[in-house]
Write a new protein. Structure first.
Length: 201
């Protein structure tokens, strides 16, 4: 059972927006925090930073390019072309590091795309988790609902098999609006360890 609750006293006037839902990336970041203080800071960030804007999405260019390449069956090396659109040196270095690892992960694997959709799971009376897979892929013949975790280097966050398990459980239990291939697995690829932690649906 997942434990990630938000409690609000009725008599307290909230200074920020009321928390309604969180993304899979936010949840995975929270579970990967290495200390209580880091977890508390992650909760505060989630609570008061609910709005999404493509203009401030650090990983959007790379995420879109990865989806394009994997979903069309293009040469995995084509992901590198996204670097032509990145001018900031630090950002380019982060992109290039993750691109190299991602290419290494997929290069010798047979990959075929399948369509997915949205998925969500209710975690408490006032909190839900958007557990949408990043992409659906047959990898060497096995169907996966895949979450690719993009994250800048951060000493307060470490993704391990143990702390990623609740994310995989959430992806498994989430109510989905699409048909899941038989014998599918859910998996999360972390650049920290560069392997797919997985569980069967």
């Amino acid at each position: 059972m997942l434990h990630f609750t938000s409690r609000v006293k009725p008599t307290v006037i909230q200074k920020g927006p009321i928390l309604k839902s969180i993304s899979l990336t936010q949840y995975l970041t929270f579970t990967g925090k290495v200390s209580t203080e880091a977890k508390l800071n992650a909760v505060k960030k989630i609570k008061y930073d609910l709005s999404y804007s493509p203009a401030t999405d650090y990983w959007k260019l790379l995420r879109d390019k990865v989806f394009e390449v994997l979903s069309t069956g293009s040469d995995i090396e084509q992901i590198r072309s996204v670097l032509l659109s990145v001018s900031n040196d630090s950002k380019k270095a982060n992109y290039e590091r993750d691109i190299n690892k991602l290419i290494g992960f997929f290069k010798n694997r047979k990959v075929q795309h399948f369509d997915t959709g949205s998925a969500s799971i209710k975690m408490s009376d006032d909190l839900s988790l958007n557990a949408n897979p990043e992409i659906g892929l047959y990898i060497d013949g096995t169907p996966y609902l895949l979450k690719i975790y993009y994250k800048k280097p951060d000493t307060t966050t470490t993704i391990t098999k143990r702390n990623i398990q609740s994310t995989l459980i959430a992806m498994s239990l989430a109510k989905k609006n699409f048909d899941v291939p038989s014998n599918a697995k859910v998996a999360a690829v972390s650049y920290t360890h560069l392997r797919a932690h997985e569980t069967v649906l």
